[in-house]
Write a protein that binds this ligand. Structure first.
Ligand code: ADP
Length: 256
């Protein structure tokens, strides 16, 4: 892909955790991002704080205040996991916690962007998450899929890469329909697809495919590409950056 300089990666809970335990995938993702950081500006939106909190304190997540408490317990644990791994590659990271209110006016967005620019200029990777432990619903993004789309647009990135536990966007849910077929390029998203119920794969996940499609639509309307692929197959992201797309789904309006 041409003219790509600043890239946002979004890592889903289902990519980071397997049976509640942090998977080896985090090692691979960190190594991959550390290498890319040499030639690109990298931002990371990471889920997983609630899952990390649950490993220390198994509270009932059906209560909002418990979920918020788990996020508060888990966020520093998640950051420590990242920090230690990135340290091996001599990459510094920063924690950035955002609520929707931080991006709700041009002025506030500008402040946040200036700070992000300082981090990126100094090759520090911002690890971004929703600051949801004391937030009320009105100022929440709701899930990291949409947060990552806003971060991509408002912080001037050229591409959003979503790493999930599925290889692509399929014409049907691949977990329930064996005959589902992957779609390589999506140029248009029907509104009716966005009205489906959310269907996350994991009990810790909040998104599912619908929030990914919403994120994609937000970016497509602003002419920014989004690539959805499996967090276990990072070489596909490399291929995409080199201009070859062999797999995954690229959401992009093609100029005709
Ligand atoms: P993450 O933790 O990466 O955000 P989610 O579990 O929230 O991932 O969302 C990914 C899940 O969405 C997949 O594992 C799959 O079960 C489900 N899904 C539903 N419909 C589709 C579809 N049409 N194409 C791909 N995945 C789908």
């Amino acid at each position: 892909m041409k003219n790509i300089k600043r890239i946002v990666f979004k890592v889903g809970t289902s990519t980071l955790y397997e049976n509640g335990v942090l998977s080896e995938r985090m090692d691979k993702i960190v190594e991959f991002l550390s290498n890319l950081n040499k030639n690109y500006e990298i931002l990371l939106v990471s889920s997983g704080a609630v899952g990390a909190g649950y490993t220390k304190c198994p509270l009932d997540k059906t209560f909002l205040e418990n979920k918020q408490a788990l996020a508060a317990i888990g966020q520093p644990l998640l950051m420590r996991e990242y920090k230690e791994r990135f340290h091996k590659f001599n990459v510094n990271v920063a924690q950035v916690l955002l609520t929707a209110a931080d991006l709700d006016s041009r002025k506030r967005t500008e402040y946040a962007k200036k700070m992000i620019n300082v981090l990126l200029k100094n090759k520090v990777i911002p690890i971004i998450n929703e600051n949801d432990s004391v937030s009320v619903k009105e100022i929440l993004f709701g899930d990291n899929d949409q947060l990552s789309a806003y971060v991509t647009y408002y912080f001037g990135a050229d591409l959003l890469v979503m790493l999930s536990d599925i290889d692509a966007f399929y014409d049907e849910n691949p977990k329930t329909n064996k005959n589902a077929k992957p779609i390589n390029i999506v140029e248009e998203i029907d509104d009716e697809l966005l009205e489906q119920e959310c269907n996350p794969n994991d009990t810790f996940a909040t998104g599912g495919i619908v929030t990914k499609l919403k994120a994609a639509k937000f970016l497509m309307d602003r002419k920014i590409p989004m690539y959805l692929t499996n967090g276990a197959n990072l070489e596909r992201v490399q291929e995409l950056l080199e201009g070859k797309q062999t797999n995954g789904t690229l959401f992009m309006k093609v100029n005709k």
